[in-house]
Design a protein around this ligand. Structure first.
Ligand code: ATP
Ligand code: MG
Length: 360
């Protein structure tokens, strides 16, 4: 197979971690007989420095021309970087929002997996950490409260602020289809999260998800209210496989799910549209405090590359190989500094480059 990838290394630790992900991709493609090519483009702070704007037409065109986009991270230190003296629409992060919109990436996938080797970092009860968990939050990214009409006006002498939560059937259907498709590649279970006891948008959400389910007899579906889900995530995380939810609930729940893994440097993510195209990036930020010091943990980006193989190219075997290599390296006791917790002596501490070498 031929894989045509556009890379956006970005800012901070971005270039370092993308380099390691490419190293791993090159190795796995060589082993399984695929041809992979990359085109690097600028976005975020580095694009502001070079072109005065965080996102250029060239970068959008390069992303559209590729089969998939692999990204590092965007942005800098918000208190010291000159990028943050610009108005919000011209800052680094606006580049990513613009690109997501240009590519119509409506489905955000964030897996949360507790590595047995890292369970000491898990803030949950010991018996839950022992059981482990492996879930994937599927968040709708282009609708809901964040995109509805909003306004503030004065009524009877006081200010009244209004936000509206809008979903069309078609928007719910396309994300539900993604969730059931992804569940088939996992443990075939979808839990759809809403607030159907209160919100009309949630009642429509439930109805459409039920309709989509009819095409997936092999995948189980249950519904859960968002307040209960927030509780179950910390009480009983091993009960979740795919969690399907709207934009704001997904924003909150995916942060909660990532925190119970205890390791920000390990979590990948994918944003997909309705073709096989996707943008893959680590869940963490640009970590400007450690940039250029060979301290960054490249694993979240390497696992994002594995998601790319799985979801944009259907290369499950190759993706499994990368995920297994990560598990093996952890089992052997290698850690980047962020994963060492209190007990550095118990591990072999390695830098970003060495970690990439070990996994590749
Ligand atoms: P965002 O840019 O998403 O708003 P943020 O700026 O709040 O995120 P990060 O940039 O993710 O946060 O960094 C938070 C902390 O985690 C920093 O101390 C950073 O050094 C550390 N960190 C983040 N990613 C990594 C990584 N891959 N390896 C090691 N440390 C990391
Ligand atoms: Mg940041």
């Amino acid at each position: 197979m031929k894989l045509n990838i556009t890379c956006i290394p970005g800012d901070g630790i971005g270039p370092e971690i993308v380099k390691e992900a490419k190293k791993v991709l090159d190795k796995v493609c060589e082993k399984y007989g695929h041809e992979i090519s990359y085109k690097d483009v600028l976005m975020g702070g580095c694009s502001i420095d070079a072109y005065g704007v965080p996102l250029t037409e060239e970068t959008i065109a390069a992303a559209k021309a590729a089969d998939a986009v692999l990204m590092g991270s965007i942005g800098g230190d918000t208190s010291t970087s000159p990028w943050y003296k610009l108005e919000p629409a011209k800052r680094p992060e606006a580049g990513l929002l613009g690109l997501r919109k240009a590519l119509n990436l409506f489905a955000n996938l964030r897996p949360a997996y507790l590595y047995p080797e890292l369970k000491e970092a898990c803030p949950l009860k010991k018996e839950e950490a022992e059981k482990g968990f492996d879930m994937l939050i599927m968040r709708e990214l282009t609708g809901g409260l964040y995109f509805g009409d909003r306004y503030t006006k004065e009524v009877d002498g006081e200010l009244v602020a209004t936000d509206t939560l809008v979903y069309k059937e078609s928007e719910i259907r396309r994300i539900a289809i993604k969730a059931f498709e992804v569940a088939r590649k996992r443990r075939s279970s979808v839990i759809s999260v809403d607030k159907a006891n209160v919100l009309d948008s949630s009642r429509l959400w439930r109805k459409v998800v039920e309709e989509v389910k009819k095409d997936y007899p092999d995948v189980s579906l249950s519904h859960m209210l968002v307040d209960n889900c927030a509780m179950q995530l910390v009480k009983n995380p091993s009960s979740f496989d795919v969690v399907l939810t709207e934009n704001m609930f997904g924003d909150i729940l995916s942060d909660e799910a990532s925190m119970i893994t205890g390791s920000i440097g390990m979590l990948p993510s994918a944003s997909l549209n309705d073709s096989s195209f996707g943008l893959y990036e680590p869940s963490h930020g640009s970590a400007p405090d450690i940039a250029g010091k060979d301290l960054a943990n490249p694993i979240a980006t390497i696992l994002s590359a594995a998601m790319m193989l799985r979801y944009s190219f259907n290369l499950d075997k190759e993706a499994d190989a990368i995920e297994e290599a990560v598990k093996k390296v952890l089992k052997e006791g290698y850690r980047t500094k962020d994963l060492c917790l209190n007990d550095e002596d118990a591990f072999e501490i390695v830098g970003c480059v060495k970690m990439g070498d070990l996994i590749a």
